[in-house]
Design a binder for this molecule. Structure first.
Ligand code: ATP
Ligand code: MG
Length: 414
């Protein structure tokens, strides 16, 4: 589990505020579900034979003897909540969520045991258009955060029927080559053969080049749907690649599956994963409800967003002061400027003016307000422009009386 330190939290907030802006412009509403759910939800919603449920969940019994789980992802909880509260009576739900998720994995860069996701779910919408819109929300958001060299990969997993036909064929093919498979894949043949398709083992990968392709098992209807999705993406100018081996980790996907990856993340390359899940809601006791969504990992996203975004928030004013009277005025002006929506930092060092000035420069504030006891006794303050003297010009100075606060604020804003 990892702490988010002050040096990073500004960047996170910035990224989150861009996300919120995109979601609100797309008309999405937020949903917040509890971090703990009954284990049963994930057994049914994600599938017992997946890595997440089989190996990665944090389970415990509560004092009432109920089996509980720290949620490993958001979709199952959102689906549960929608069913429990009958939200579909109000029509399709277009929602977003964010928060911590928990998976017992081997920690490394971009992979943690407590990590954070931002996600979007469109619940009750069957069309390929909704797939394209959901993808476009992720794509535009990531672009706006400043990410470059992104690749969108898409695949169609077909309908349940298509997939079952394919699974049988694939199992048969793999069983004939059992000895050539890595150990992990051998274990998966009967429980979750599709997952073998995205094995990271090199010799298995090589072998799989010759394997039957899910693509050949798609019904005409599924193919038409997938073609149409591609047409829609082309129309909104989102570049994509088809990856027939993209199956994704969770059981509940059908038709569209997609991932957005980056060249700059090393082996943990996927920033965003998502797809269509048409049978999850009915699996949890609701009506048959076609749905599509994605989740973005905040840790990987902020690694990619990097320095630029982490330090983008700038300070308007740094308040420098020395002396008892000055201190009183310094606190007063700080509060008043903040009420006027300015970003203000107050010096606490009590050191010499020149040392405080150095701190002011380092803070990257636009202005310094300087108060000594002299100024304070006249109810005045000195304002100095900080950041526009790259050519070493004299710092521009202004003296204001506290009575002219409005003028002072005007000057600071311009
Ligand atoms: P991976 O193949 O990297 O394990 P996944 O398929 O398990 O990913 P999803 O369940 O689709 O991931 O979750 C969506 C996103 O959440 C991922 O693309 C990634 O950005 C992020 N994510 C998943 N697991 C972790 C983790 N343990 N630590 C940090 N981020 C994670
Ligand atoms: Mg995983």
């Amino acid at each position: 589990m990892v702490d988010l330190l002050p040096a990073q939290s500004q960047g996170w907030q910035k990224v989150e505020s861009i996300a919120l802006d995109h979601f609100s412009r797309a008309g999405l509403k937020e949903i917040r579900t509890p971090i703990i759910e009954q284990t049963e939800l994930f057994l049914r919603g994600i599938g017992e034979n997946t890595d997440v449920v089989g190996k990665e969940m944090y389970n415990f019994d509560d004092r009432g003897g109920r089996s509980c789980t720290l949620r490993p992802e958001g979709t199952a909880s959102v689906a549960r909540s929608i069913v429990q509260h009958g939200l579909l009576n109000n029509g399709p739900q277009r929602l977003w969520y964010r928060g911590p998720m928990f998976r017992y994995e081997r920690p490394q860069a971009g992979r943690q045991r407590q990590f954070h996701q931002i996600g979007v779910e469109f619940v009750g919408l069957p069309s390929a258009m909704s797939d394209a819109e959901v993808i476009s929300i992720a794509w535009d958001f990531l672009k706006d955060v400043g990410l470059v060299d992104l690749t969108l990969e898409i695949n169609s997993l077909g309908s349940n029927e298509d997939r079952n036909l394919f699974k049988e064929e694939l199992k048969d093919w793999l069983n004939h080559r059992f000895d050539l498979l890595d150990e992990d894949s051998q274990k998966r043949i009967n429980v979750n053969p599709l997952r073998i398709l995205d094995s990271k083992n090199n010799s298995t990968k090589e072998l799989l080049r010759e394997a039957p392709s899910l693509n050949d098992f798609l019904s005409n209807e599924s193919k038409t749907r997938f073609d149409y999705l591609q047409e829609l993406l082309e129309n909104i100018k989102i570049p994509y690649q088809i990856n027939n081996n993209l199956v994704r980790g969770l059981d509940y996907y059908s038709h569209t599956a997609f991932e957005i990856t980056s060249d700059h993340l090393g082996s943990q390359a996927t920033v965003c994963g998502g797809g269509r899940y048409d049978s999850l809601i009915s699996e949890l006791g609701g009506p048959q409800t076609p749905s599509v969504g994605w989740a973005i990992g905040m840790e990987r996203l902020t690694i990619l967003a990097g320095e630029k975004i982490l330090h983008s928030k700038s300070l308007d004013v740094y308040v420098i002061h020395r002396g008892n009277k000055a201190e009183q005025l310094a606190l007063k002006i700080t509060c008043q400027l903040r009420s006027a929506n300015l970003t203000v930092e107050l010096d606490y060092s009590g050191s010499s003016f020149s040392k405080q000035f150095k701190r002011a420069d380092k803070s990257r504030a636009k202005w310094a307000i300087v108060i000594g006891d002299d100024e304070a006794s006249k109810d005045q303050l000195l304002m100095k422009k900080l950041r526009d003297n790259e050519k070493d010009e004299e710092r521009k100075e202004y003296i204001f009386s506290m009575e002219d606060l409005d003028q002072l604020i005007k000057k600071l804003i311009n």
